[in-house]
Design a protein around this ligand. Structure first.
Ligand code: G1P
Length: 293
């Protein structure tokens, strides 16, 4: 069985939920404290043993390529000022081999993944979406790779969400479960409120066999008028078993404003440089708010 060595990170979305911030800047570059969100995703892929990454970009995404490239002028400037720690930080992810391909039209997640088909070739591969940052002792993608190695089948990462949230996700209809791993009868993209077959939602992490590409190729537009990856997975599941795995880890939703702010607070409270000051500030703020309510 071939090993999972490659990962696709789709980053071509328009970022409309964060306008006007994302008018001229990719949403993947929005910082959580001092690191752009996409850096967390690339880090997870590397820590999961991925050797080759392709980022699917679109119009106005040049900053992502610059971020993972070296910046000699900045490096010289920091070195001349003896800012060694900063130098280390800016080069942390520039040593990884990252490839880029452009999705020329925003036709949806399925189509973005399809754009990377030649890079993937005939191998199983991982997909990591940038709207979900997952922090876990064993990186989420590695947990899914372990499931793939056991089963030889595609595996999709899921976690439970509240009833009122199901319409925002791909949702699975589970048949049976074994140690957090589910056999699935249906994958439904963004079911209408009240119609979700379960509360188990797809959380932006996938291990897929290359056969998925032939299903994406003929996939018609689905939810939101876009070519949906979930719909192609549903078709793949009819000919090749696709499992869902309820991974262990805390998932941060950075694709929504409120999730983004919560993530920033959580990560800032772990940051040695600012955590104490932030903690005192939050305490003071809560007292103030209580006084006026
Ligand atoms: C995408 C997927 C959806 C998944 C979600 C997770 O939707 O299509 O199945 O549940 O990511 O974040 P999007 O949020 O891009 O609309």
């Amino acid at each position: 069985m071939k090993k999972v060595r490659k990962a696709i990170i789709p980053a071509a979305g328009l970022g409309t939920r964060f306008l006007p911030a994302t008018k001229a800047m990719p949403k993947e570059m929005l910082p959580i404290v001092d690191r752009p969100t996409i850096e967390y995703i690339v880090e997870e892929a590397i820590e999961s043993g991925i050797q080759d990454i392709i980022i699917v970009t679109g119009k106005g995404k040049r900053a992502i390529e610059d971020h993972f490239d070296r910046n000699f002028e900045l490096e010289e400037n920091l070195a001349s000022k003896d800012k060694i720690e900063l130098l280390r930080k800016i080069n942390q992810s520039s040593n990884v081999d990252i490839h880029y391909i452009r999705q020329k039209e925003p036709k949806g997640l399925g189509h973005a993944v399809w754009c990377a088909r030649n890079f993937v070739g005939d191998e199983p591969f991982a997909v990591l979406l940038g709207d979900d940052i997952i922090r876990a002792e064993i990186p989420c993608t590695l947990q899914l790779i372990e499931q793939f190695n056991e089963t030889g089948s595609s595996v999709i990462g899921v976690q439970t969400v509240e009833d009122y949230e199901t319409h925002r996700y791909g949702i699975i209809d589970p048949i049976s479960s074994n140690n957090r791993r589910y056999e699935v009868s249906k994958f439904v993209e963004k079911p209408k409120q009240g119609t979700a077959p379960s509360n188990l939602a797809i959380m932006g992490r996938y291990i897929l066999t290359p056969e998925i590409f032939s299903f994406i190729e003929t996939q018609e537009k689905g939810a939101g008028g876009e070519i949906q990856l979930t719909d192609a997975i549903q078709k793949l599941n009819a000919v090749q078993k696709v499992f869902a795995y309820d991974f262990i880890g805390k998932r941060y939703d950075v694709g929504e404003k409120i999730g983004f702010v919560k993530t920033t607070i959580d990560m800032a409270l772990e940051n040695d440089e600012i955590k104490e000051e932030l903690y005192s500030y939050l305490k003071k703020k809560i007292l103030e708010l209580d006084l006026y309510n």
